[in-house]
Design a binder for this molecule. Structure first.
Ligand code: HEM
Length: 508
């Protein structure tokens, strides 16, 4: 290395060092200031100890909640800074039922993903996707499920290629399931053949990862830096343009047919893209730019959440091999009566209980019900929280509450199928189960996601054996700010079953 190159490297490391130092100082000041003069107990009297909550995660959050039962607690959880977390059903319920003009989910999401710079604000402002997920996904649930099932078979065959010889093959679990889910989920978002286009799949999955990573970098800096940092670290337009290149011809074709046949269009596609095209008002909202932005956004909301939750379940299944045969027996019996249908997925109580228990022990977020307070608010215990504060509910302290769940720290796969309570179903959200949030903003995609994950798990159970790598226990979860990520580098072993049971109505 020449002297000039050496000094360049040195000066760029020097600049990075200064930027990191400034970011750390900013965080320290921010946390200290947000803790001062507050009646809300703060975890960790000094900012440094407080910051360790970000890295020591679950146990510290649980410790904090055990120290302050039924209180609001201030926790410096990234990226919300000194976030106020409600501990106990009563306070969580106040957030759950609080008015939107005060407890704003939109405000929290804007901060979390820095939407102004990462995704753009058009989706947040027009929000066409929410009624579509609530209405069209529900109305078309049976046909959506058949498409999904068809794609699950194709995606697993295509991604895993398990040998006929029944040897064990090892796969990086999370990456593999992201790939499988990118195909299956997009069958419902954009249909065939695009959902199988590898370049398309890569764009939508990379976009989601990029949004999260860029938002983290932006959030490390004070708000006044965001316009500069935001433009430096994000390139949403790059993804939009690439996707227009792939999706544009399909959209143009669809417009042509739609304009010719209108409601009489017999084989009109039934997928998310078509539903947005129909619901968008004429003009800019019907442009290719906005339509592909919606496709990117729906992928962002669904692919990583579902693959993380599904990977948690697969790690649990591999670590509890005693659950395999009871789940297989239930699946065989139910599918014999109902075929590979949505109804069958809803009938399997053991499978539902297993998935809910897995989501209870391994949710995807430390703090659920994320909200930004748009005005000062006094809670029923008299505590006043200031406008601008980010709030939420501590998922683990609810999920590990011994009053609600006996032996809460033990994985009990059949915990939720011991009696017939409908409130114990995987999709039932409440102040006792926060994996999908709760209240009117509880995840609208959870019905779809639950059926998708159950169908995937059934397909695995009836066509493959799985196990952990030899000598390894359940891979440990990773914590990244508010996210609980199933171990990203762990592998699972798969082996083809000699007499696998392929879904009968499959076209491919
Ligand atoms: C296992 C997979 C999933 C998990 C764990 C999950 C989790 C969540 C959580 C915790 C929330 C916040 C709820 C709240 O603020 O109270 C949420 C909101 C949301 N989710 Fe999901 N989600 C999943 C799958 C999906 C899918 C597949 C879609 C789309 C098809 C989707 C679309 C949305 C949307 C649009 C919102 C915002 C709702 C609102 O603000 O009213 N999610 N999700």
């Amino acid at each position: 290395m020449s002297a000039a190159e050496g000094s360049n490297v040195f000066s760029s490391w020097h600049s990075i060092g200064i930027v990191v130092l400034l970011a750390v100082l900013y965080w320290a000041a921010h946390i200290v200031l947000s803790q001062r003069n507050s009646a809300i107990p703060a975890v960790g009297p000094q900012w440094l100890k407080g910051l360790t909550v970000v890295t020591r995660h679950r146990e510290q959050l649980l410790w904090a909640c055990s120290q302050y039962p039924d209180r609001l607690i201030r926790i410096p959880i990234f990226p919300f800074g000194g976030a106020v977390v409600a501990n106990g059903s009563k306070l969580i319920n106040e957030i759950r039922t609080g008015p939107d003009d005060t407890f704003s989910p939109k405000g929290a999401v804007e901060k979390f993903i820095q939407s102004a710079y990462t995704t753009g604000s058009i989706v947040a402002e027009t929000a066409l996707h929410k009624p579509i997920i609530r209405n069209q996904f529900t109305r078309n649930a049976d046909s959506v499920f058949l498409d999904l099932m068809d794609e699950i078979v194709f995606a697993f065959d295509n991604v895993l290629h398990l040998p006929e010889s029944q040897e064990w093959v090892s796969f990086p679990a999370l990456d593999t399931f992201v790939q499988v889910l990118a195909g299956c989920t997009n069958r419902v978002f954009v249909g065939l053949p695009l959902c199988r286009n590898r370049e398309y799949q890569q764009i939508v999955t990379n976009y989601a990862t990029q949004v999260v990573k860029s938002a983290y970098i932006i959030n490390m800096f004070p708000d006044w830096c965001h316009p500069v940092i935001g433009r430096l670290v994000t390139r949403p337009q790059k993804y939009v343009e690439k996707l227009i290149g792939i999706l544009g011809p399909t959209i143009d074709e669809r417009w042509k047919s739609y304009r010719v046949y209108g409601k009489e269009w017999v084989d009109k596609p039934d997928d998310f893209l078509m539903w947005v095209m129909q619901d968008a008002s004429p003009g800019y909202l019907q442009s290719n730019e906005v339509l592909v932005t919606y496709v990117l956004f729906i992928n962002f909301a669904s692919i990583h959440t579902t693959s993380m939750q599904f990977t948690h379940a697969m790690y649990d299944l591999a670590s509890h091999p005693e659950c395999v045969e009871p789940l297989r027996d239930e699946a065989r019996a139910t599918l014999r009566d109902h075929g590979w249908t949505k109804t069958a997925m809803e009938q399997m109580r053991k499978l539902d209980s297993f998935m809910r228990e897995s989501a209870r022990m391994g949710p995807t977020n430390l703090v659920s019900l994320p909200r930004k307070l748009l005005r000062d608010w006094t809670f029923s215990d008299g505590t006043m929280v200031k406008k601008g504060t980010y709030m939420g509910a501590s998922t683990f302290s609810v999920h590990f509450d011994e009053d609600k769940y006996a032996n809460a720290r033990i994985f009990d796969p059949w915990r939720f199928c011991k009696d017939e309570k409908s409130s114990d179903k995987l999709v039932a959200s409440s102040t006792e189960f926060l994996a999908f949030g709760a209240g009117k903003h509880a995840c609208p995609g959870r019905f779809f996601a639950a059926n998708e994950m159950k169908a995937l798990l059934c397909f695995v159970l009836l066509n493959m054996d799985i196990k952990l790598m030899d000598g390894k226990g359940r891979p440990t979860d990773e914590y990244f700010g508010n996210s609980i990520i199933p171990n990203r580098s762990a592998h699972l072993l798969f082996r083809r079953l000699e007499c696998g049971e392929r879904p009968r109505m499959m076209a491919s």
